[in-house]
Design a protein around this ligand. Structure first.
Ligand code: SF4
Length: 282
């Protein structure tokens, strides 16, 4: 019997919120996994704190609603304790790029086998509209009534520099593509990072802005690190630039849990084993 993936919990997201698209995309992906014979008992979702995190209440799978910015440490513990689990993190842009930034960088560096979905609405919605690390220059919110004086940072470029082995950007108004990117991220062995552009209908509605700028990355060589860096910088300081959607970079490298059992070896044996694993992946 297939499970009903939407819980009876009352949904309190604002009408028009981008979180709905991510929830329903994930629901369809999970239903697809179940149809393929995968047990959803082997899937765990970890969320942070923020509007995005309510997805744990609304999707009927194993989930942990953790602390602000702490999705990755909890997800890492789950994955190491039981490597057969599929672990999906959902985090907001404040959660992932401010409070949890160090964890994000180290998960990429270690190539931990997780899928990280960032609900990037470029504002703290739950606390009614403060600026986050990805709010654009001049953003006016509760904590910056005269507009921010900072440029946003570029999460994709940061993930490339940190060693993430799957890096993609999706958009909530392009759900079939978003589904493909998340599905591919879940299938990827290693740290899969998907930055999802979504709007906050109440505090930062960027629909018109995104609609006029997004385009699909067709013919892009996802194995080419330099090209991925150049593409990631296309939309950065220049707010009028086009915004590429799709997979920017993907490569196969040994994951953290591939290397983890070697802790019982001598230092020399362990170093040789890890080098061999990396050599074999080149
Ligand atoms: Fe969505 Fe913004 Fe409402 Fe939060 S405040 S539920 S992010 S529209």
């Amino acid at each position: 019997m297939t499970r009903n993936l939407i819980t009876p919990a009352q949904n309190t997201w604002c009408p028009g919120c981008g979180n709905f698209a991510i929830q329903h995309t994930l629901k369809d992906i999970l239903a697809g996994l179940e149809k393929e014979g995968r047990s959803l008992d082997d899937v765990v979702m970890v969320t942070g704190i923020g509007c995005h995190a309510k997805i744990a209440d609304y999707l009927n799978i194993n989930s942990v609603y953790t602390l602000h910015g702490r999705t990755i440490p909890v997800a890492t513990g789950i994955k190491l304790a039981n490597p057969k689990l599929t672990v999906i993190c959902c985090a907001g842009d404040g959660d992932a790029y401010a409070e949890g930034l160090d964890h994000l960088i180290f998960a990429a560096k270690r190539n931990i086998d997780l899928t990280m979905i960032v609900h990037n609405n470029r504002v703290y919605g739950l606390t009614t509209g403060q600026y986050t690390p990805t709010s654009p220059l001049g953003f006016k919110g509760k904590s910056t009534p005269a507009g921010t004086t900072e440029y946003p940072f570029n999460p994709l470029e940061l993930m490339l520099a940190s060693g993430a082995t799957y890096i993609a950007r999706g958009y909530t108004r392009k759900m079939p593509q978003l589904a493909q990117l998340i599905r591919q991220g879940i299938a990827h062995k290693g740290f899969a990072f998907i930055d999802v552009l979504q709007i906050c209908a109440s505090f930062f509605n960027m629909t018109e802005y995104y609609q006029s700028r997004v385009y699909d990355l067709d013919g892009h060589d996802t194995a080419d690190f330099e090209k991925a860096c150049a593409k990631s910088r296309e939309w950065d300081y220049n707010l009028d630039a086009p915004i590429a959607l799709g997979v920017f970079f993907e490569r196969a490298l040994p994951t953290f849990d591939d290397r983890y059992p070697s802790r019982d070896m001598s230092v020399g044996e362990r170093t040789r084993r890890i080098r061999d694993l990396f050599e074999a992946a080149r």
